[in-house]
Design a protein around this ligand. Structure first.
Ligand code: DON
Length: 662
């Protein structure tokens, strides 16, 4: 340990030159990016293969930080592992990776060095996957020691090391890595770390040998642990595996990608590969938060506020869950064995980018992106005027919620609370999950109890766009058991969900006027106010056509030759979306007309009309209608009037709905 004053404690009193106004602007931009979570977009723009047209404000900011902290000359390179003493004290890299996969790096971000103690949280994660929490806890505790990383602090009674971040705990953890042979265990370690880094990693044999030849203190710890049965069998191969995990060669960029993988709940945001099961990430981040910075952990979490881990080769990682990972590399260490520039950069990033974990704005309320009722916004099923009037009057009993972001206990509570507040006037609730990013079990539990409360009162809950959340279906299936089919309603899209509610509401309010079976000419809404004679006249021009369910009646681009009057069945207007799926714009029932726009502008058909059921239509040729204008102008006028009235109703509905959506 000669030449490294590990034991003299020092604080964060490192001189930092003042930040320029330009930095403040950059900080503001970055803050907006964090808040709006547009990382996907950034990944698209910042994919390492595509050079962005101009440097990103984030990149500029990191370069500014690198410039400023590059001037800091405090600290000493570690020498107690002789090979580490060869490090160049001027090496300095910063890298920041977002949970969306955007990578920003500056300085020596690709300079290889050994991971050292930063390996500990990742190996702890592997031990959890291999043995589960209980077995690991039996061998390694969770309490911060407040002592240095190499202190021999074992629990006096059990001999159990206090936590997995100090060497004693890390050696015990290494003893838990499964694998028949030392070679297999080493291979599993390298593969695990490689999946975090997003590339194949190798051992720095020179550092490994150097530590193995001088690691007497760790060997002593190994034997102590063997003495207390915290490791079984010969401790030597376990301590060797520990030396190997510390000697894995990484870069600053690797560290940031590894940290971002933890921030992204175990999924590597660059490769998309799952490096650790999501449920164990909270345990890894917890020990990093409480013990990762050893006897500096308290000041670190207080000032910087992110789970972190440092290594004696000069690496530091910090993780902001759900958002980003930071990697800093600079060999000169402070008295506690942490990189001086590493601490300074993380402190500045946290302070100026507002990354402190315990300073989070309440995001719960924003979970409800849009809320509307069945009186404000209807399905695209075109309703007869009486039905539209009824929906206007009673539609408030349908409440629809467009949800967004993360559905967890806090955010789901906001939704459930809002629904229960208005329960007296609610019969149907539609929960649209289209813009939800993820949904956890506590959200499922709240929605399950809400579903039961609603169904006990004869009310209905429908989920849309739920296919992306199998956890919800699984949870409901287990909990609802026999009532699952009856109570758990999921529809692909809001439109059919709204129609489902509307149909039941109209039936319930006995205002459903949809005409089943075949309608008479006099029932056509486009022939409203026609006299019997006029009906007789126009009837001679009508040609009856039948269509099978699913058959296209009109294709986009078709020349417009006829006006269609629906005698039986139902048809839908569909347009293709960029995603390849069709979007339903409207559905007509018997008695309604369609294709009337072309009567006015003679333009080619702009949407596809498809028979939803077996359909019979009366076709009125546009030529015959023109002819009618000559022979029976009153009929044509009445028809055009009814067409205009119909278009007015559609326009008014569209205006009302657009104002609801905005
Ligand atoms: O066991 C050791 O001493 C080294 N392999 C790792 C120590 C270390 O990185 C402490 N971190 N700040």
């Amino acid at each position: 340990m000669a030449g490294n004053s590990w034991l003299e404690s020092t604080s964060l009193d490192v001189e930092i030159p003042p930040l320029s106004l330009q930095c403040v602007r950059i900080v503001w931009v970055w803050h907006e990016l964090c808040l709006s979570g547009t990382s996907q977009m950034l990944r698209a723009t910042m994919n390492p293969n595509t050079k962005p047209p101009c440097s990103s404000p984030v990149q500029d900011y990191l370069e500014q930080l690198h410039l400023e902290f590059g001037r800091v000359g405090d600290g000493q390179v570690a020498t107690y592992i002789p090979e580490l003493a060869k490090a160049n004290p001027n090496w300095f890299g910063i890298c920041l990776v977002t949970s969306g996969g955007a990578i920003y790096e500056v300085g020596d971000s690709t300079q290889p060095f050994t991971i050292q103690s930063i390996s500990k949280p990742f190996v702890y994660g592997l031990a959890l996957e291999d043995h589960g929490r209980a077995d690991v806890l039996a061998r390694v505790g969770l309490e911060p020691t407040g002592d240095a990383f190499n202190s021999i602090s074992l629990d006096p009674g059990s001999g159990r090391p206090r936590n997995p971040m100090i060497n004693a705990g890390a050696i015990a953890t290494a003893g838990l890595i499964s694998g028949k042979t030392p070679k297999t265990r080493r291979k599993r370690l390298l593969e695990m770390m490689g999946s975090y880094a997003g590339r194949e990693l190798e051992l720095d044999e020179a550092v490994y040998r150097s530590e193995s030849e001088t690691g007497h203190r760790n060997r002593a710890i190994g034997h102590m642990l063997r003495n207390f049965d915290m490791i079984t069998g010969d401790p030597t191969p376990v301590v060797e595996l520990y030396f190997q995990q510390c000697s894995v060669s990484v870069t600053c960029r690797d560290l940031a990608v590894m940290a971002a993988t933890l921030a992204n709940r175990g999924v590597n945001p660059v490769t998309g590969k799952q490096a650790i099961r999501g449920e164990y990430v909270e345990s890894v981040l917890s020990v990093m938060g409480s013990c990762g910075m050893y006897d500096f952990a308290g000041e670190w979490i207080y000032k910087i506020g992110m789970p972190a881990k440092s290594g004696v080769a000069g690496g530091v990682i910090a993780v902001l869950p759900g958002q980003l990972g930071i990697g800093v590399f600079s060999p000169p260490l402070d008295s506690r064995g942490n990189s001086v520039r590493g601490i300074g950069v993380c402190n500045e990033l946290s302070r100026s980018l507002d990354l402190h974990l315990f300073n989070r704005p309440s995001s719960a309320r924003s979970v409800i992106r849009l809320k509307y009722t069945g009186a404000e916004l209807n399905s695209s099923r075109v309703r007869a005027p009486q039905e539209s009037q009824a929906l206007h009057e009673f539609g408030a009993a349908i409440k629809a919620y467009q949800l967004q972001g993360h559905l967890n206990f806090t955010t789901s509570e906001v939704v459930v609370h809002d629904i229960l507040q208005g329960l007296n006037t609610t019969e149907y609730v539609v929960l649209d999950l289209k813009r939800v990013l993820d949904l956890n079990e506590s959200a499922c539990r709240l929605f399950y109890h809400l579903l039961l409360k609603l169904s006990d009162q004869g009310k209905f809950l429908i989920f849309t766009h739920a296919e992306r959340f199998p956890v919800l279906r699984r949870f409901m299936k287990v909990k609802l058991d026999k009532r699952f089919e009856e109570l758990f309603r999921v529809l692909a899209d809001n439109d059919p969900a709204l129609e489902w509610c509307e149909n039941r509401l109209l039936e319930k309010t006995a205002t459903s006027t949809s005409l089943n079976g075949r309608v008479k000419h006099g029932d056509y809404d486009l022939f409203a106010d026609f006299t019997q004679d006029e009906l007789g006249t126009v009837a001679t021009l009508l040609k009856r056509r039948s269509y099978q369910g699913g058959e296209a009646i009109i294709q986009i681009g078709d020349e417009a030759r006829h006006l269609f009057l629906l005698a039986r069945g139902s048809v839908s207007v569909l347009i293709p979306l960029a995603s390849g799926v069709s979007k339903r714009l409207a559905t007509f029932s018997a008695g309604m007309g369609f294709g009337e726009m072309a009567v006015l502008d003679r333009a080619p058909r702009s949407a596809m009309i498809q028979a939803d059921t077996e359909v019979e239509c009366d076709l009125l040729a546009i030529e015959d209608l023109t002819q009618l204008g000559e022979t029976h102008p009153t009929i044509k006028i009445k028809l055009l009037q009814n067409i205009s009235l119909g278009l007015c109703r559609k326009l008014r509905k569209a205006n009302r709905e657009i104002s609801t959506l905005e």
